[in-house]
Write a protein that binds this ligand. Structure first.
Ligand code: SF4
Length: 346
Protein backbone atom coordinates (compact mmCIF):
# COMPACT_ATOMS: atom_id res chain seq x y z
CA UNK A 1 0.00 0.00 0.00
CA UNK A 2 1.38 3.39 -0.97
CA UNK A 3 0.04 6.88 -0.55
CA UNK A 4 -1.47 8.00 -3.88
CA UNK A 5 0.19 10.79 -5.87
CA UNK A 6 -3.09 11.91 -7.42
CA UNK A 7 -5.58 13.24 -4.89
CA UNK A 8 -6.53 16.28 -2.89
CA UNK A 9 -8.06 16.63 0.54
CA UNK A 10 -11.53 18.09 0.81
CA UNK A 11 -13.95 18.69 3.59
CA UNK A 12 -15.19 15.27 4.82
CA UNK A 13 -13.11 13.22 2.40
CA UNK A 14 -10.58 13.10 -0.42
CA UNK A 15 -10.92 13.54 -4.16
CA UNK A 16 -8.97 11.15 -6.40
CA UNK A 17 -7.49 12.97 -9.38
CA UNK A 18 -6.14 10.01 -11.35
CA UNK A 19 -9.05 9.65 -13.74
CA UNK A 20 -12.01 11.58 -15.09
CA UNK A 21 -14.41 10.04 -12.58
CA UNK A 22 -12.83 12.35 -9.93
CA UNK A 23 -14.24 10.15 -7.14
CA UNK A 24 -15.00 11.84 -3.86
CA UNK A 25 -14.10 9.19 -1.27
CA UNK A 26 -15.09 9.26 2.38
CA UNK A 27 -13.02 7.81 5.22
CA UNK A 28 -12.78 4.00 4.97
CA UNK A 29 -14.32 3.90 1.48
CA UNK A 30 -13.02 3.06 -2.00
CA UNK A 31 -13.29 4.76 -5.39
CA UNK A 32 -15.20 3.37 -8.38
CA UNK A 33 -12.15 1.34 -9.43
CA UNK A 34 -12.19 -0.55 -6.13
CA UNK A 35 -8.46 -0.24 -5.38
CA UNK A 36 -7.95 3.35 -4.20
CA UNK A 37 -9.04 4.01 -0.63
CA UNK A 38 -9.43 6.81 1.85
CA UNK A 39 -7.51 5.80 5.00
CA UNK A 40 -7.19 8.46 7.71
CA UNK A 41 -8.22 11.07 5.19
CA UNK A 42 -5.35 10.29 2.81
CA UNK A 43 -5.74 8.45 -0.49
CA UNK A 44 -3.88 5.14 -0.80
CA UNK A 45 -3.26 2.84 -3.74
CA UNK A 46 -3.95 -0.67 -2.47
CA UNK A 47 -2.32 -2.25 -5.52
CA UNK A 48 1.04 -0.45 -5.48
CA UNK A 49 3.72 -3.11 -6.13
CA UNK A 50 1.01 -5.79 -5.97
CA UNK A 51 0.66 -7.23 -9.47
CA UNK A 52 -1.88 -9.98 -9.93
CA UNK A 53 -0.42 -11.01 -13.29
CA UNK A 54 3.16 -10.91 -14.58
CA UNK A 55 3.86 -12.47 -17.97
CA UNK A 56 5.87 -12.11 -21.15
CA UNK A 57 3.78 -11.38 -24.25
CA UNK A 58 4.51 -10.56 -27.88
CA UNK A 59 4.05 -6.81 -28.42
CA UNK A 60 1.55 -7.73 -31.16
CA UNK A 61 -0.77 -9.13 -28.50
CA UNK A 62 -1.35 -5.69 -26.93
CA UNK A 63 -1.97 -4.97 -29.87
CA UNK A 64 0.80 -2.64 -31.05
CA UNK A 65 1.73 -3.31 -34.68
CA UNK A 66 3.89 -0.25 -35.40
CA UNK A 67 6.03 -0.36 -32.27
CA UNK A 68 9.22 -2.46 -32.29
CA UNK A 69 7.58 -5.36 -34.15
CA UNK A 70 8.51 -8.84 -33.02
CA UNK A 71 9.62 -7.65 -29.57
CA UNK A 72 8.47 -9.09 -26.26
CA UNK A 73 6.90 -7.09 -23.45
CA UNK A 74 7.13 -7.86 -19.77
CA UNK A 75 3.48 -7.33 -18.90
CA UNK A 76 1.99 -6.51 -15.52
CA UNK A 77 -1.50 -5.84 -14.23
CA UNK A 78 -3.29 -5.59 -10.90
CA UNK A 79 -6.84 -5.80 -9.58
CA UNK A 80 -9.28 -2.98 -10.35
CA UNK A 81 -10.69 -0.89 -13.19
CA UNK A 82 -12.35 2.50 -13.52
CA UNK A 83 -14.72 1.07 -16.19
CA UNK A 84 -17.21 -1.78 -15.87
CA UNK A 85 -17.52 -2.99 -19.47
CA UNK A 86 -20.23 -5.64 -19.77
CA UNK A 87 -18.03 -7.56 -22.25
CA UNK A 88 -14.77 -7.45 -20.25
CA UNK A 89 -12.37 -10.27 -21.16
CA UNK A 90 -10.46 -9.91 -17.88
CA UNK A 91 -13.37 -9.30 -15.52
CA UNK A 92 -11.90 -11.42 -12.72
CA UNK A 93 -8.98 -8.97 -12.51
CA UNK A 94 -10.85 -5.79 -13.36
CA UNK A 95 -14.08 -6.29 -11.44
CA UNK A 96 -13.10 -8.93 -8.88
CA UNK A 97 -12.64 -6.51 -5.98
CA UNK A 98 -15.65 -4.31 -6.64
CA UNK A 99 -18.45 -4.04 -4.11
CA UNK A 100 -16.27 -5.22 -1.24
CA UNK A 101 -15.35 -3.50 2.01
CA UNK A 102 -11.91 -1.98 2.45
CA UNK A 103 -10.80 -4.86 4.68
CA UNK A 104 -12.10 -7.53 2.28
CA UNK A 105 -10.39 -5.76 -0.62
CA UNK A 106 -7.05 -5.57 1.18
CA UNK A 107 -7.27 -9.23 2.14
CA UNK A 108 -8.09 -10.26 -1.41
CA UNK A 109 -5.26 -8.23 -2.92
CA UNK A 110 -2.78 -9.62 -0.39
CA UNK A 111 -3.95 -13.20 -0.93
CA UNK A 112 -3.79 -13.18 -4.72
CA UNK A 113 -1.00 -10.74 -5.61
CA UNK A 114 2.73 -11.03 -5.36
CA UNK A 115 4.97 -8.28 -4.03
CA UNK A 116 7.06 -6.78 -6.83
CA UNK A 117 8.64 -3.37 -6.37
CA UNK A 118 9.22 -1.11 -9.39
CA UNK A 119 12.99 -1.81 -9.27
CA UNK A 120 12.28 -5.54 -9.30
CA UNK A 121 10.02 -5.25 -12.35
CA UNK A 122 12.80 -3.48 -14.24
CA UNK A 123 15.41 -6.01 -13.02
CA UNK A 124 13.18 -8.84 -14.16
CA UNK A 125 12.88 -7.29 -17.63
CA UNK A 126 16.63 -6.74 -17.91
CA UNK A 127 17.45 -10.27 -16.69
CA UNK A 128 14.99 -11.68 -19.21
CA UNK A 129 16.52 -9.61 -22.05
CA UNK A 130 13.25 -7.77 -22.56
CA UNK A 131 13.29 -4.14 -23.66
CA UNK A 132 9.65 -3.20 -23.23
CA UNK A 133 7.45 -3.10 -20.12
CA UNK A 134 3.68 -3.17 -20.67
CA UNK A 135 1.16 -1.96 -18.10
CA UNK A 136 -1.84 -3.95 -19.18
CA UNK A 137 -4.46 -6.66 -18.38
CA UNK A 138 -6.48 -4.24 -16.22
CA UNK A 139 -6.67 -0.46 -16.59
CA UNK A 140 -3.24 0.97 -15.64
CA UNK A 141 -4.78 4.27 -14.50
CA UNK A 142 -5.91 2.60 -11.27
CA UNK A 143 -2.29 1.69 -10.48
CA UNK A 144 -0.89 4.96 -11.81
CA UNK A 145 1.67 5.44 -9.02
CA UNK A 146 3.07 1.94 -9.54
CA UNK A 147 3.36 2.17 -13.32
CA UNK A 148 4.83 5.69 -13.24
CA UNK A 149 7.52 4.73 -10.71
CA UNK A 150 8.36 1.60 -12.70
CA UNK A 151 8.37 3.46 -16.01
CA UNK A 152 10.75 6.14 -14.69
CA UNK A 153 13.29 3.52 -13.63
CA UNK A 154 12.78 1.57 -16.85
CA UNK A 155 13.37 4.69 -18.95
CA UNK A 156 16.61 5.46 -17.07
CA UNK A 157 17.75 1.95 -17.95
CA UNK A 158 17.01 2.41 -21.65
CA UNK A 159 13.80 0.36 -21.70
CA UNK A 160 10.53 1.42 -23.31
CA UNK A 161 7.14 1.64 -21.59
CA UNK A 162 3.71 1.02 -23.02
CA UNK A 163 0.12 1.21 -21.79
CA UNK A 164 -2.93 -0.72 -22.88
CA UNK A 165 -5.70 1.50 -21.71
CA UNK A 166 -9.21 2.89 -21.86
CA UNK A 167 -7.80 6.44 -22.03
CA UNK A 168 -9.83 7.91 -19.14
CA UNK A 169 -6.92 9.77 -17.52
CA UNK A 170 -7.12 13.04 -15.64
CA UNK A 171 -5.10 15.94 -17.00
CA UNK A 172 -2.76 15.60 -14.03
CA UNK A 173 -1.98 11.99 -14.91
CA UNK A 174 -1.69 12.76 -18.62
CA UNK A 175 1.10 15.24 -17.91
CA UNK A 176 3.10 12.49 -16.21
CA UNK A 177 2.29 9.87 -18.84
CA UNK A 178 3.78 11.88 -21.69
CA UNK A 179 7.12 12.07 -19.83
CA UNK A 180 7.71 8.32 -19.58
CA UNK A 181 5.32 6.35 -21.77
CA UNK A 182 6.43 5.61 -25.34
CA UNK A 183 3.30 4.04 -26.81
CA UNK A 184 -0.33 3.41 -25.90
CA UNK A 185 -3.07 1.29 -27.34
CA UNK A 186 -6.37 2.92 -26.38
CA UNK A 187 -9.77 1.31 -26.76
CA UNK A 188 -12.05 3.63 -28.69
CA UNK A 189 -15.11 1.56 -27.95
CA UNK A 190 -17.77 3.64 -29.69
CA UNK A 191 -18.57 7.16 -30.85
CA UNK A 192 -21.89 7.01 -29.04
CA UNK A 193 -21.99 8.67 -25.59
CA UNK A 194 -24.95 6.47 -24.66
CA UNK A 195 -22.85 3.31 -25.34
CA UNK A 196 -20.15 4.58 -22.98
CA UNK A 197 -22.72 5.35 -20.31
CA UNK A 198 -24.73 2.12 -20.51
CA UNK A 199 -22.12 -0.51 -21.36
CA UNK A 200 -18.91 0.97 -19.96
CA UNK A 201 -20.01 3.22 -17.10
CA UNK A 202 -18.10 6.30 -18.27
CA UNK A 203 -18.21 9.21 -20.72
CA UNK A 204 -16.98 9.29 -24.29
CA UNK A 205 -15.75 12.89 -24.49
CA UNK A 206 -12.78 12.59 -22.06
CA UNK A 207 -11.47 9.62 -24.04
CA UNK A 208 -11.54 11.62 -27.28
CA UNK A 209 -9.87 14.61 -25.62
CA UNK A 210 -7.13 12.42 -24.15
CA UNK A 211 -6.40 10.72 -27.46
CA UNK A 212 -5.99 14.18 -29.04
CA UNK A 213 -3.72 15.31 -26.20
CA UNK A 214 -1.47 12.26 -26.45
CA UNK A 215 -1.24 12.59 -30.22
CA UNK A 216 -0.29 16.26 -29.88
CA UNK A 217 2.43 15.37 -27.38
CA UNK A 218 4.05 12.74 -29.58
CA UNK A 219 3.17 9.50 -27.77
CA UNK A 220 2.85 6.69 -30.32
CA UNK A 221 -0.84 5.73 -30.47
CA UNK A 222 -2.81 2.82 -31.84
CA UNK A 223 -6.58 2.50 -31.35
CA UNK A 224 -8.75 -0.58 -30.94
CA UNK A 225 -12.48 -1.05 -31.43
CA UNK A 226 -14.22 -4.25 -30.39
CA UNK A 227 -17.15 -4.73 -32.77
CA UNK A 228 -20.16 -5.93 -30.76
CA UNK A 229 -23.16 -7.13 -32.80
CA UNK A 230 -26.12 -4.81 -32.36
CA UNK A 231 -24.23 -2.36 -30.13
CA UNK A 232 -21.61 -0.48 -32.13
CA UNK A 233 -21.58 -2.21 -35.52
CA UNK A 234 -23.85 -0.03 -37.67
CA UNK A 235 -22.34 1.41 -40.83
CA UNK A 236 -23.00 4.87 -39.48
CA UNK A 237 -21.17 4.23 -36.23
CA UNK A 238 -18.19 2.51 -37.86
CA UNK A 239 -17.92 5.43 -40.31
CA UNK A 240 -17.97 7.88 -37.42
CA UNK A 241 -15.16 6.07 -35.58
CA UNK A 242 -12.98 5.66 -38.66
CA UNK A 243 -13.71 9.25 -39.80
CA UNK A 244 -12.78 10.68 -36.42
CA UNK A 245 -9.47 8.79 -36.34
CA UNK A 246 -8.68 9.73 -39.92
CA UNK A 247 -9.36 13.41 -39.21
CA UNK A 248 -6.97 13.29 -36.27
CA UNK A 249 -4.28 11.47 -38.24
CA UNK A 250 -4.73 8.86 -41.00
CA UNK A 251 -1.43 7.27 -39.93
CA UNK A 252 -2.90 6.05 -36.62
CA UNK A 253 -3.33 2.27 -36.86
CA UNK A 254 -6.92 1.14 -36.21
CA UNK A 255 -7.39 -2.37 -34.82
CA UNK A 256 -10.83 -3.85 -35.40
CA UNK A 257 -11.33 -6.66 -32.94
CA UNK A 258 -13.76 -9.60 -33.14
CA UNK A 259 -16.16 -9.91 -30.21
CA UNK A 260 -16.81 -13.23 -28.47
CA UNK A 261 -19.55 -13.64 -25.82
CA UNK A 262 -18.14 -13.01 -22.36
CA UNK A 263 -18.98 -11.82 -18.84
CA UNK A 264 -22.38 -10.07 -18.96
CA UNK A 265 -22.77 -10.33 -22.73
CA UNK A 266 -23.19 -14.06 -23.09
CA UNK A 267 -26.42 -13.60 -25.04
CA UNK A 268 -24.65 -12.12 -28.08
CA UNK A 269 -23.13 -13.93 -31.04
CA UNK A 270 -19.48 -13.51 -32.11
CA UNK A 271 -18.98 -10.73 -34.66
CA UNK A 272 -19.74 -12.18 -38.12
CA UNK A 273 -16.63 -12.18 -40.39
CA UNK A 274 -18.56 -10.13 -43.01
CA UNK A 275 -19.01 -7.36 -40.45
CA UNK A 276 -15.27 -7.31 -39.72
CA UNK A 277 -14.52 -7.01 -43.44
CA UNK A 278 -17.13 -4.23 -43.74
CA UNK A 279 -15.48 -2.32 -40.88
CA UNK A 280 -12.07 -2.85 -42.49
CA UNK A 281 -13.34 -1.45 -45.79
CA UNK A 282 -14.94 1.54 -44.05
CA UNK A 283 -11.60 2.29 -42.37
CA UNK A 284 -9.90 2.26 -45.76
CA UNK A 285 -12.67 4.37 -47.39
CA UNK A 286 -12.20 6.96 -44.65
CA UNK A 287 -8.55 7.24 -45.57
CA UNK A 288 -6.91 5.28 -42.75
CA UNK A 289 -3.59 3.91 -43.96
CA UNK A 290 -3.30 1.04 -41.51
CA UNK A 291 -6.36 -1.00 -40.61
CA UNK A 292 -6.04 -4.40 -38.95
CA UNK A 293 -8.38 -7.20 -37.97
CA UNK A 294 -7.85 -8.81 -34.57
CA UNK A 295 -9.14 -12.08 -33.03
CA UNK A 296 -9.69 -13.22 -36.61
CA UNK A 297 -6.74 -14.75 -38.49
CA UNK A 298 -6.42 -13.30 -42.00
CA UNK A 299 -4.04 -11.40 -44.25
CA UNK A 300 -5.55 -8.24 -42.74
CA UNK A 301 -3.10 -8.55 -39.85
CA UNK A 302 -0.23 -7.72 -42.19
CA UNK A 303 1.21 -4.26 -42.82
CA UNK A 304 1.24 -3.15 -46.45
CA UNK A 305 2.85 -0.03 -47.87
CA UNK A 306 0.06 2.56 -48.28
CA UNK A 307 1.80 3.90 -51.39
CA UNK A 308 2.81 0.83 -53.44
CA UNK A 309 1.01 -2.04 -51.65
CA UNK A 310 4.18 -4.03 -50.89
CA UNK A 311 4.00 -6.44 -47.95
CA UNK A 312 6.11 -4.82 -45.23
CA UNK A 313 5.38 -6.96 -42.14
CA UNK A 314 3.76 -10.39 -42.13
CA UNK A 315 1.92 -11.54 -38.99
CA UNK A 316 0.49 -14.94 -38.21
CA UNK A 317 -0.52 -16.18 -34.75
CA UNK A 318 1.80 -13.67 -33.05
CA UNK A 319 4.64 -14.73 -35.31
CA UNK A 320 6.00 -11.57 -36.94
CA UNK A 321 8.28 -11.41 -39.98
CA UNK A 322 9.73 -8.16 -41.25
CA UNK A 323 9.55 -8.44 -45.01
CA UNK A 324 10.12 -5.22 -46.96
CA UNK A 325 10.25 -2.64 -44.16
CA UNK A 326 13.57 -0.92 -43.55
CA UNK A 327 13.40 -0.78 -39.75
CA UNK A 328 16.39 1.55 -39.47
CA UNK A 329 14.77 4.21 -41.64
CA UNK A 330 11.10 3.28 -41.14
CA UNK A 331 10.57 3.12 -44.89
CA UNK A 332 9.16 0.80 -47.51
CA UNK A 333 12.16 -0.87 -49.16
CA UNK A 334 10.43 -0.84 -52.54
CA UNK A 335 9.25 2.77 -52.93
CA UNK A 336 10.81 4.62 -49.96
CA UNK A 337 7.44 5.63 -48.46
CA UNK A 338 7.76 6.70 -44.80
CA UNK A 339 5.84 4.29 -42.58
CA UNK A 340 4.72 5.84 -39.30
CA UNK A 341 5.71 4.03 -36.12
CA UNK A 342 8.54 3.36 -33.69
CA UNK A 343 10.53 0.67 -35.44
CA UNK A 344 13.59 0.27 -33.26
CA UNK A 345 14.90 1.01 -29.75
CA UNK A 346 16.86 4.19 -30.74
S1 SF4 B 1 -8.78 6.12 -10.46
FE1 SF4 B 1 -10.40 5.06 -9.26
S2 SF4 B 1 -10.66 6.25 -7.41
FE2 SF4 B 1 -9.52 7.52 -8.84
S3 SF4 B 1 -11.07 8.79 -9.85
FE3 SF4 B 1 -10.75 6.98 -11.14
S4 SF4 B 1 -12.25 5.45 -10.48
FE4 SF4 B 1 -12.16 7.03 -8.89
Amino acid sequence: MEKAYFFRKEEKGVKCTACRHSCFIKEGMLGICGVRANINNELYSLVYAKPLAVAIDPIEKKPLFHFIPGSKALSIGTFGCNFRCLFCQNYDMSQGVKGKSLEETRRMINNYSKRLEPEQVVDLAIMSNIEVIAYTYNEPTVFAEYFLDTARIAKKNGLKNILVSNGYYSEELLKEIIKVIDAINIDLKSMNPEFYKRIVGAQLQPVLENIEYLKKHGVWLELTTLIIPGENDSREELSKIAGWISNLDPDIPWHISRFFPYYKMMDKQPTPPDKLIEAYNIGKEKGLKYVYLGNYPSDKENTYCPNCGTLLIKRQFYHTTIVDLDIEKGECKKCGEKISGVWNMD
